[in-house]
Design a protein around this ligand. Structure first.
Ligand code: BDR
Ligand code: CA
Length: 316
């Protein structure tokens, strides 16, 4: 079993990934930590509790960061045009959900859970990397105690989605992402190179909903506005960014990779750009020296990934 802490900003594609993690038979979802990003952390936390309640997910929810690790950074507007005013595609969601939160802040929950399960925890982060960076700052030793980190974020050989060179999760807190990517732990980076070509059509999702239970029907309902948003890039369908990272946890063989140190540009015109120095390529001494080599996904078997998501969502 893969013990997973899911760090997330639900978020429509985050919701699909959450149901995937909950339903996959080889995944033991041991915690959900929330972060600002697709909406404020108040909203993403309320959404996590709402989905936990609707889908009977036993994992505790811990509320995380509301701002970037560098407090002098200017706040950015929430992408309501992507995930809706309420972060869940404008379906009806109660203002508050009467379920208890874990009493600890997300980064402390991460530290405690990693320390209680040395060598076992897989951190799957699909929002801003702020909680992970805060956990590392507070307790750097956790880097040697997690099994690995899988993130949805970044873009290497394709354009960004919030600037010509940057992807939303990295651009939303570049300093945090640079801390996470350069720490001495194993990170697998699932970025737009693979997620932007992994799409699910409206009709495919509604066929899943027709076959599935009420959990999948809710997922279908909350995805409709997100699919409308994607019409500029996808023919009547949506990119399933965050689910790709979750699929990597159980089926890394569906991805092709390169490896090398990864850095994030912090500031200026290329703010939030991710750069990999492929192992074996020689450059003059620079910002890559002595950094851990991370896994960067550059190819994906999209059809198989979508099929695995479908089969997993249909399990009850
Ligand atoms: C990422 O940004 C968010 O909009 C999605 O949930 C995903 O994690 C894609 O760039
Ligand atoms: Ca997300």
């Amino acid at each position: 079993m893969h013990k997973v802490i899911y760090d997330t900003d639900p978020g429509v594609d985050d919701a699909m990934a959450l149901l995937f993690l909950h339903r996959h038979p080889e995944i033991d979802l041991i915690g959900i930590t929330t972060v600002f990003g697709n909406a404020s952390v108040e909203t993403t936390t309320r959404n996590a509790l709402f989905l936990k309640r609707e889908w009977n997910i036993p994992a505790p929810v811990a509320k995380g960061a509301s701002v970037t690790v560098d407090p002098t950074r200017e706040e950015r507007a929430w992408p309501t045009f992507v995930h809706g005013e309420n972060g869940l595609g404008n379906i009806e969601v109660p203002e508050t959900v009467d379920l208890p939160l874990d009493p600890r802040p997300a980064h402390r929950f991460i530290i405690d859970t990693v320390r209680a399960n040395p060598g076992e925890v897989r951190l799957v982060a699909v929002g801003r990397m702020t909680n992970l960076a805060m956990a590392l700052k507070e307790d750097p030793e956790i880097a040697g105690l997690v099994k690995d980190v899988v993130i949805m974020g970044g873009n290497f050989y394709v354009p960004g989605n919030v600037s010509p060179v940057a992807e939303a999760n990295i651009h939303g807190d570049p300093e945090a992402a640079d801390i996470v990517l350069t720490a001495p732990w194993k990170v697998a980076v699932i970025g737009l190179d693979v997620t932007a070509i992994t799409t699910m059509s409206r009709s495919y999702l509604s066929e899943i909903a027709a076959k599935g239970d009420r959990a999948v029907k809710l997922l279908n309902d909350l995805s409709q506005d997100y699919i409308d948003f994607y019409k500029h890039a996808v023919k009547d369908g949506m990119m399933v960014h965050d689910s790709c990272a979750c699929v990597y946890v159980v089926a890394p063989e569906l991805f092709s990779i390169i490896s090398g140190p990864v850095r994030v540009v912090c500031g200026g015109i290329a703010d939030g750009q991710t750069i990999v120095k492929p192992d074996g390529r020689r450059f003059p001494p620079g910002d890559w020296d002595g950094l851990p080599s991370q896994v960067v996904c550059t190819g994906i078997e999209s059809g198989k990934v979508i099929g695995l998501i479908r089969d997993t969502l249909l399990r009850t």
